[in-house]
Design a protein around this ligand. Sequence first.
Ligand code: FHN
Length: 576
Amino acid sequence: MSNNKKPVDLTASPDGRWFQQSKFAMFVHWGPYAATGGVWNGKRYHGIGEWLMCRAQIPAADYAAMAATFNPRKFSADRWAALAAEAGMKYIVITAKHHDGFAMFKSGASAYNIADYTPFKRDPLAELAKACPKHGLKLGFYYSQFQDWHAIGGGGNGWDPAVKGDFAEYFNGKCVPQVEELMSNYGDVALIWFDTPGPISREDSLRLVHTVRRLQPQCLINSRIGNGVGDYDSLGDQEIPLEAHGGLWESIDTHNDTWGFVEHDHNWKSSRELVRRLVKVVAKGGNYMLNIGPNGLGEIPAASADILREVGVWTQRNAAAIYNAAPSPLPTMPWGECTASRDGKKLYLHVLDYPLDGRLTLAGLKGTIKRAAVLGRGAKTLKVSKNAGATNIALPQQPPAEPTVIVLDVAGKMSADKMQTVLPGLRNDFDPPFAKLTACKAGKNSWMEKFGDWKHADCIIDWQGPGSSASWTFKTPQAGRYYLELDYSAKLEADGIEGVVSVGKIEIPFPALDTGQRDAGVPDHGLWPLYRKYNCGIVHLPKAGKYTLTIRPTKETPSGWIMLKTVTLAPVPTVR
Ligand code: FHN
């Protein structure tokens, strides 16, 4: 830590190399809300648990009375850190203070904290600061800088007049001093994760940056500090991007459909799904930070912990393909994703959807493959052959792991043309970011399923009648038959407006169908879109070669027509 009196160089950014190498992290949402399990006065709230105080409009005094009984006596920093390390995570970020205003650390700035306000009396952050290094983990803190539903003047509490007041009073009296405490009392802090900046001023964001830099010059600050003054980018909640990004960034995800513990949410993503998501993020150049929500006793739910251990088996075996991996040099592949070693001598092919014919095809790859093998499964090599510009790797008949990673040792510089490849037996998605657009736009659509449970879709929107189109050029190494599937949302006004998909010489018309919309049930959010899959018909690609797939409306589209998420060429199942 630096001397307080030193002048602070706000232009000096911390070294982000450790962050870039880490790739996989544990996010922890934990506070008194965990003790309610998402139930208040006998009513079950579905959706994110840490928002219970707001959703049930609990007066600050009543919530504080509940918080005063918070006693997570089974909390073990060592067990949490051991689990994170076993899963293959490299750092932990824990809620030091969430929107409920309750500090999960001993704070001189506010007595409303776990050590002074509850029978528990311990400081979990101090215990984690000790445990994490023992397990090779770094530690970072989440801090809700604008929203504080307990402090007078804190942002976000529109239901309890008792906390109305001056924001500056809260900001100067609680927020800044608590950030100072976090930066002073816990040794090296790897990063600070601010959240929901709301209308916070640039001056206030910079004040926080200044505080962090003064006390911990190497502590990274995420983008949710607001006003564009963070060191790295946090994407939207539960957002896994389709496109590669440069710079330092992370996807943040939930294990079930909440951040804070909710006793009735059992919708755990499987270890296979978690690894798929981790791989997708790493292949695009980012970090994957997965949240767990410990319960009111301080235990990580057993179902969540068991799944994380399964993830650990995979990350350990496939470590070389994840940690410090470079993003994919290849375009989207229907069987999965690719990462590369930083020296460019190895490519890691993450086979997320195992080809039924046991052949992994890479079209348009230039360079020499010296050796192909299943990563972490001994020295046995796989046969590599070339055919009509495509590289084929003979896979073991049964997938040796899910997902299987194939490592290619390559000589010299590998390159790949960026054109998408369509392969039989696999789902070939055509995604909005890679389309050529004429008189329509690429947009993003986000909505909640349950409260706070965000979903995101890249979409093609704002179609301008028959002159507008989206197209993708692709190549295929062989003839094939595919279902042509659309995934889209359309409003009533678009119902019946015909579109046409052309692939080579084939033209398939289809009617846009109203998919309906859902009342968001949240003030100021209007209606959420609903998406549907629509099968337009079967497309035959008569031979190997290059094709263009184009979609367009045939009539004027006053309401913007469809929000198109994906066009897919999907396998046509056959009898045997
Ligand atoms: O409102 C919070 C929410 O409770 C949770 O902490 C997430 C995690 O990214 N951040 C906010 C919403 O984006």
